[in-house]
Each structure stands twice: as C-alpha cells, then as structure tokens.
Design a protein around this ligand. Structure first.
Ligand SMILES: [Cu+2]
Length: 129
C-alpha cells in the first residue's frame, strides 16, 4: 500500500512538471531553425514572455538579425481584426519579447527575422486561455 501511494505521488510530480513546462514550438523560417518558447503554457490573456532561439543552416546561433514578434487575431463577429508587434531584444544568444494578449482564443504568431535585407518568418498558432 505504501509503495502504491509513493508511485501515485511520483506520477503526479512528473505530470506537474510536464504541465509547468514552457510552451515550445520548433519552426523553419527560410534557412533558419527557430525554437520559440512562451513562459505560459497554455499562453494566457495578459503578459506572455517569448524567447526565440535562431540558428542558421550550419547550426550557428544568429545574433545579428532584427527580430519582431507579430501577433494577431483574425476578425470575429462584432470584433475587428487585431494586430500587434513587439520588437525582440537580444539577450545572450536568444531574442526576447513580451506579448500582451488582450483576449482568449486563437492567435496567429509570426516571428519575423530580418538580416541582410531579407525577411523570413516562423509562423504558428496559439490558443490563449
Ligand atoms: Cu477576438
């Protein structure tokens, strides 16, 4: 019985850690590999901190690009489309930005990476709670 209780607690701890993990998505943006993390999982109404790790085709971190987080919600009945931009700042080898999501529901995210006159985007969707 004691052993059984121990196993249950262990399972709950592992599950709790899994839920506490950042939202993470890996995407291609042109030749870049981008790993995006959001500190809320699922993302929430209000402040969400985003980090983007960008690597070039050779696997080298890209630290000299201009990175913008574009987040938008399509039009809904009685609500016009919403579109916001946040400039990301380099911190070490990752880019950081803050999104302020004004309502729950589906949002489209585009991480726009500009370098050498060329812009590539990593796009994905989130379901905001
Ligand atoms: Cu809406």
């Amino acid at each position: 019985m004691k052993k059984f209780v121990f196993i249950i607690i262990a399972v709950l701890l592992v599950a709790g850690t899994a839920f506490a993990k950042d939202f993470e998505v890996k995407k291609k943006a042109g030749d870049y590999d981008v790993v995006v993390k959001i500190d809320k999982n699922p993302p929430v109404v209000g402040t969400n901190n985003v980090t983007a790790e960008i690597k070039d085709a050779a696997g080298k971190p890209v630290t000299d690009a201009k990175v913008v987080v574009d987040y938008s919600m399509p039009a809904m009945p009685g609500m016009p489309p919403m579109n916001y931009k946040a400039n990301a700042k380099l911190s070490g080898e990752v880019y950081k930005a803050t999104m302020n999501l004004s309502m729950g529901g589906p949002w489209n995210i585009a991480i726009k990476i500009s370098k050498g006159g060329k812009t590539s985007s990593a796009k994905f969707n989130i379901d905001v709670q």
